[in-house]
Design a protein around this ligand. Structure first.
Ligand code: PLP
Ligand code: SF4
Length: 442
């Protein structure tokens, strides 16, 4: 991978499909550069926001996904370029002041302090989901739900481009203590041997598809160990179909990756690609469609998920089109998430009531094959809480909720109720209806 200075054209010359080039915050300010079409005040403000939020974008996204005639309102622009309103006014002023002073140590201190206030590890993911082996904590392994273990390989803790809304943002910024990752699979394999209840291993990041095929193959083959017959499905979480589809078509080890998928299937296990796809535009370019076709031909199942986000995909028609397009390409719609309580949640979040309306109005428009998408779900401390609807019960207006996944499997699928609240954006703002506490709080 190579990081180059920007050419003076509005859009840099597009590199060969096999040549990956990424651009960072330092490339944002040049008046003739990446943001040539954006007014200079906004350009400076985006540069400012990129001091706090991770920023990285590649040629493919710049060229194929963003509609520059619609920027900065374009949803794909908002997907990767941090907007100043992602910071509260006071923090914006503090960063602006530190930038103007040109004092790097001061800027770093301000940025670190702001980041620490943005709830870098929501839902207790560092501690509550930790996996232990013989009393020792395993780095880079999380076990929150009975049948699924998450594995974070160190080399996969970055992405081809960064999403502005990403809840894993602390992985991409300097703070070492906030990063997680495992260098080898040894601990993972020993853990799985001791946990026959685990049927799924999710290799995640960042984006594990930034790894060379050889690195990924080492992990995947470790899971083919005969002692791990209980692991039936290997999931790989990725946004590469949207951000770097050449990973599956033109990269020098693209073919090896497809052979690896075939090998896993020949050994009797499934490979499930958990694709992050936020907007139908991501599936329009031919390279993305070719990538999907090759993955499917190799025998991978592709499932798609995304949060519902203000500015990016906050309309039912966008979701309906997304799901239709996915199904047409043989991708299974899986989850609609609610933006998590971290980072710039205040900027991207929609009221839960609105999320549910978007889901309802979208699902009504699509065929049954696209109704595999689960409704707006909050990945909160107790589990994945889905807003199933709004109803009148005993003269009260309530949210009907259920847990799709839970720390305690007995909590799954049990309906529960909260007072309707038109403004609430997260579980911790909901109050139980018909009870003093939610059943999982005792
Ligand atoms: C969603 C999720 C999983 C997988 O849950 P499924 O419903 O089986 O897809 C596993 N671990 C964590 C932490 C999750 O958020
Ligand atoms: S690709 Fe996924 S992990 Fe990477 S920044 Fe986007 S949402 Fe986050």
């Amino acid at each position: 991978m190579e990081e180059t200075k920007l050419a003076s054209a509005a859009l840099p010359d597009f590199a060969e499909p096999s040549r990956f080039r990424a651009w960072r915050a330092v490339h944002l300010q040049a008046p003739e550069g990446l943001l040539a079409k954006v007014p200079s005040k906004l350009r400076a403000d985006i540069h400012l926001a990129a001091q706090v939020f991770p920023f990285r974008v590649n040629d493919y996204v710049l060229r194929e996904l963003i509609d520059w005639n619609a920027a900065p309102d374009d949803p794909m622009f908002r997907l990767v370029f941090p907007m100043p309103e992602m910071l509260i006014q006071e923090d914006r002023s503090r960063v602006a002041e530190a930038l103007a002073q040109g004092d790097r140590a001061r800027l770093a201190a301000v940025v670190t302090e702001i980041r620490a206030r943005l709830n870098p590890h929501p839902a207790g993911q560092l501690d509550a989901n930790a996996a232990y082996l013989n009393g020792q904590r395993l780095e880079g392994v999380q076990h929150k739900y009975h049948e699924t273990v998450l594995f974070f390989p160190t080399q996969g803790q970055t992405c081809h481009s960064y999403c502005t809304f990403c809840f894993r943002w602390p992985q991409f910024v300097g703070e070492r203590a906030w990063r997680m990752g495992a260098r080898t699979t040894e601990g993972l394999v020993r853990y799985l041997r001791a946990h026959p209840e685990v049927s799924d291993v999710l290799i995640t990041g960042g984006d594990p598809m930034v790894m060379r095929t050889a690195q990924l193959a080492a992990i995947v083959r470790a899971l083919l160990d005969p002692a791990l017959a209980h692991v039936r499905t290997i999931r790989i979480g990725t946004k590469a179909i949207s951000y770097w589809p050449y990973r599956f078509t033109h990269d020098e080890d693209a073919d090896d990756l497809l052979r690896l998928i075939e090998e896993v299937r020949a050994r009797g296990k499934e490979i499930a690609i958990m694709a992050h796809i936020c907007h139908p535009r991501e599936l329009m370019p031919q390279p993305a469609r070719n990538a999907v076709r090759r993955l499917r031909d190799a025998g991978a199942i592709i499932r798609a998920q995304s949060p519902v986000l203000r500015w990016i995909n906050d309309e039912a028609d966008v979701w309906a089109e997304l799901w239709r397009e996915e199904v047409a390409l043989g991708i299974v719609p899986y989850y609609m998430f609610v933006e998590r309580d971290t980072g710039a949640q205040h900027y991207f979040a929609l009221p839960l009531a609105r999320c549910w309306e978007i889901y309802r109005d979208a699902i009504r428009q699509v065929s049954g094959l696209a109704r595999t998408a689960r409704g707006p779900s909050m990945s909160a401390w107790p589990g994945k809480v889905e807003v199933q609807g709004v109803a009148e019960v005993a003269d009260k207006r309530v949210f009907v909720l259920r847990m799709i996944q839970a720390r305690n499997p007995k909590w799954v699928q049990r309906p529960f109720f909260a007072h309707y609240d038109a403004h609430a954006i997260w579980l911790d703002e909901l109050r139980p209806a018909f009870a003093k506490r939610f059943f999982f709080e005792s």
